[in-house]
Design a protein. Structure first.
Length: 246
């Protein structure tokens, strides 16, 4: 069943209005017709609204609500991925897979070793594209919310952004003792919001790690192998999904 996102105001009692670029996709790509069923989410409350199409015009797909599926697919904890800006288009892959794994928010971080440097105009355009990728991944994975991609931040700004989160994890290549990592992860409880800090190629510098630890981040090891930046975050998110999934 196809899923689409709408603004909360587009759900009006038992009538749901789909507008924007999705109309063309429904009409001309999927070639859906009145009577066919689809799923709608407002990207906020995690509910899934099951409905069927009643009418299709050039700018609106009108649907009638059949029922609301209350049991959502979201993790019981909100996970914030603070991702050091990687080279080329790796960020697009990272965002896509992070959304599939249940991340709640993604914060691009301009770390010292980040090769990519974005001015204000380029950063805004890049974030807009990243947000579109997040929405597409949310649709594909039947998420109840669309994870937000924040504006690019420096590390200090990113740490301030997650200051109040009770758990902050920073995989670090100089950290040792997988038993310690198991101990830290084993103490996590559903409902705790979690920040995961991932460095760019080359990792975070020592001073950046010190700043993160001073802000409450816990260094952990991901094993004896050095993982690429696009692999490290996915590893931690996979562990967290396994541990926290209802």
């Amino acid at each position: 069943m196809y899923q689409f996102f709408v603004e909360p105001g587009q759900i009006q009692g038992r009538e749901i209005l789909i507008q924007g670029s999705d109309v063309n996709h429904i009409r001309n790509v999927l070639r859906m017709r009145p009577g066919e069923e689809l799923s709608v989410s407002n990207g906020v409350d995690g509910r899934e609204y099951r409905c069927h199409i009643t009418d299709i015009t050039e700018d609106t797909v009108r649907c009638e609500l059949r029922f609301i599926k209350e049991e959502g697919v979201e993790l019981p904890s909100r996970i914030y991925l603070l991702q050091g800006l990687p080279k080329a288009d790796k960020m697009e892959l990272i965002i896509q897979k992070a959304v599939e794994l249940g991340v709640y928010q993604i914060v691009p971080v301009a770390a010292h070793r980040s090769v990519v440097r974005l001015d204000e105009r380029k950063a805004a355009a890049r974030v807009s594209r990243w947000q579109a990728i997040a929405e597409a991944a949310a649709k594909q994975s039947r998420r109840g919310v669309v994870p937000r991609v924040q504006q690019v931040m420096g590390l200090d700004q990113a740490l301030a952004h997650v200051r109040d989160l009770p758990v902050k994890l920073i995989p670090y290549e100089l950290a040792e003792d997988m038993g310690r990592t198991r101990e830290v992860l084993g103490k996590l409880e559903p409902g705790q919001d979690i920040a995961v800090l991932i460095g760019p190629e080359g990792g975070f510098e020592g001073k950046e790690v010190e700043s993160a630890v001073a802000a409450g981040a816990i260094p952990i090891t991901l094993g004896r192998r050095i993982l690429r930046t696009e692999t490290a975050g996915m590893t931690v998110l996979s562990w967290l999904m396994y541990l926290l999934e209802n």
